[in-house]
Design a protein around this ligand. Structure first.
Ligand SMILES: [Fe+2]
Length: 308
């Protein structure tokens, strides 16, 4: 049923601090009522809605499905005794609203995410046996001035006080599929129609909250160009460069101004609909990374989002 991640909403105590952070990250801001909405350059798709609030909190996740998926979802929600609610936030879009087992708001719309903007194809790669960039430079002097241009919000990882319960709800009621997991500590879920290895994942904590948002960039260079730009601007580095096992994507994480993380990623596993995919179930450190230039920091899985 759930086919795509559209955007997320967060309350933060200072919208301007959020604006500076996400613009440095490579997103573009526009005002929407009292809120600040961020999009990837050249792409007609909201990705983050920042709303004024007393403290930082992941407010909702907006997901997409198609007409048939919405019908099926409404039936599943009725069967699970999950009631639809009036919109809990003053937002200019439709869809249905309900809460997951831990009270986190979900919005589901009949909508397809907008296609990526502009020309997004990175240079071809000369991998051994597959030399595809012939007679062309990958880099020249101007490459040094490149900036990261995030292409799309690929996934988010949410904290959950009960990962198996969250996994059960998102798979049985929302139709998502488990791609990999780690005991009752971590679970990576993809959309019902396949696609990225994970669209939503859950990490065990005492309470709900946002662990990280993750944006795809065009190549490995843009992960580090983006991360180094953020670090030079004074934002806190967290973890990376590295390569995950779960999803296989290259990553670099940075702290946002409120203690959660933001990730640049490239080269994630893609799983087609109906694939015979065997999930890994291993210890967290085995799933977390193949290699990384630094060990994960002690606070990598700390949940800074206090319960109300
Ligand atoms: Fe991620």
């Amino acid at each position: 049923m759930i086919r795509s991640l559209l955007h997320i909403g967060m309350t933060v105590p200072d919208l301007e601090i959020g604006r500076a952070f996400y613009e440095t990250f490579g997103l573009e801001m526009r005002a929407s009522g009292n809120d600040y909405v961020f999009r990837c350059p050249g792409r007609d798709q909201d990705q983050i809605r920042l709303m004024q609030g007393s403290k930082k909190k992941l407010s909702y996740t907006a997901l997409g499905t198609n007409e048939a998926g919405m019908e099926q979802l409404l039936r599943k929600l009725r069967e699970a005794n999950v009631s639809l609610q009036p919109p809990p936030f003053d937002v200019p879009f439709g869809g249905i609203w309900f809460q997951d087992p831990h009270g986190d708001w979900l919005n589901v719309q009949v909508a397809e995410p907008a296609p990526a903007g502009g020309s997004v194809l990175p240079p071809e790669i000369n991998a051994h046996g597959r030399y595809r960039r012939i007679g062309k430079r990958a880099c020249d002097i101007s490459t040094r001035a490149k900036r990261a241009r995030p292409l799309r919000l690929g996934h988010l990882i949410k904290f959950s006080p009960d990962v198996p319960a969250s996994t059960a709800f998102y798979t049985e009621v929302l139709g998502m599929l488990v791609s990999d997991k780690s005991l009752d500590i971590l679970a990576f879920l993809r959309g019902a129609a396949g696609g990225d290895h994970h669209m939503v994942a859950f990490a065990k904590s005492t309470h709900t909250g946002l662990h990280h948002l993750s944006f795809e960039v065009a190549d490995l260079d843009e992960i580090e160009i983006g991360a180094q730009t953020m670090i030079r601007a004074g934002y806190q580095d967290s973890f990376g460069l590295g390569r995950h096992v779960g999803g296989s994507n290259y990553f670099h994480y940075l702290r946002d101004p409120w203690g959660s993380l933001i990730e640049y990623f490239w080269d994630i596993d893609v799983i087609p609909e109906g694939a015979d995919w065997e999930p890994i179930d291993a210890a967290p450190h085995e799933v977390m990374f193949v290699w990384a230039t630094t060990p994960p920091p002690d606070d990598f899985v700390l949940n800074f989002e206090a319960r109300d």
